[in-house]
Design a protein. Structure first.
Length: 233
């Protein structure tokens, strides 16, 4: 097997830090979701939990799974909230779904779910809602929610919405994913990425909410097929 290529130049310099305004807006979004999901006047203070998560989402190994991705997923949850049974639980799951992310590890979703179980229980979220957040995080392994799993459908649709991005944004997404896996030789990356694309294309539906099916499905499949064609020649 060939040696891993040198890290792309983008990985050799730190990513630009988020602005204080953007970080404060995200802290507010986390606080609102947690306080809406737990009993009124429950302690402890949400801000230390928000800051821990924000630190995780800014780790240097991330190039796609960054605060920009977190913000986009939260925005998409807002768009889809009418389809959710508990939109604030879905928002908390969005915060935790890639909270643990190491590109060379395969158990990121499981470790993220366990982090949610520990942190949210400590933060005062009821046991049933904590378990639901962890279940939703684990669901992002397959992105294949059941037909009656409304919260799972909203989270998975929000997470996959990037697949329906315009051409330039989709190209930036695929480039960022490649940078995260800079340590993987080109041929191995092409094979692995192609397998992921085929798995997604084999799903009967990529998007399960009415909005996702209507607005995103066709474009996402076009993008996935185009990327797969490029990878397989």
């Amino acid at each position: 097997m060939a040696d891993a290529p040198e890290a792309p130049r983008a990985l050799q310099t730190p990513a630009a830090p988020a602005t204080p305004t953007a970080l404060e807006a995200l802290r507010t979004r986390f606080t609102r979701a947690l306080e809406a999901a737990r009993s009124p006047a429950t302690t402890p203070d949400p801000l230390p939990y928000a800051d821990n998560l924000l630190t995780r989402w800014q780790e240097p190994q991330r190039r796609y799974h960054t605060l920009a991705h977190l913000t986009a997923v939260l925005d998409h949850v807002d768009t889809l909230e009418e389809y959710a049974d508990d939109a604030d639980v879905v928002r908390l799951a969005a915060w935790f779904h890639d909270a643990v992310y190491l590109p060379d590890r395969s158990e990121n979703e499981e470790r993220s779910a366990r982090l949610a179980e520990r942190a949210l229980a400590e933060a005062g979220l009821p046991d049933a809602k904590t378990a639901e957040v962890a279940r939703l995080v684990r669901l992002t392994v397959t992105h294949d929610p059941a037909d009656d799993d409304h919260d799972g459908q909203v989270l998975c649709d929000a997470d996959l919405a990037i697949l329906a991005a315009p051409p330039s944004a989709y190209a930036a997404y695929t480039a960022a994913v490649r940078e995260e896996y800079h340590f993987v030789p080109n041929e191995a990356f092409r094979e692995g990425r192609a397998a992921v694309l085929r798995q997604l294309l084999d799903l009967p539906r990529l998007f399960r909410t009415p909005h996702g099916a209507r607005a995103w499905e066709a474009t996402a499949r076009y993008n996935l097929r185009g990327e797969l064609d490029l990878l397989t020649g």
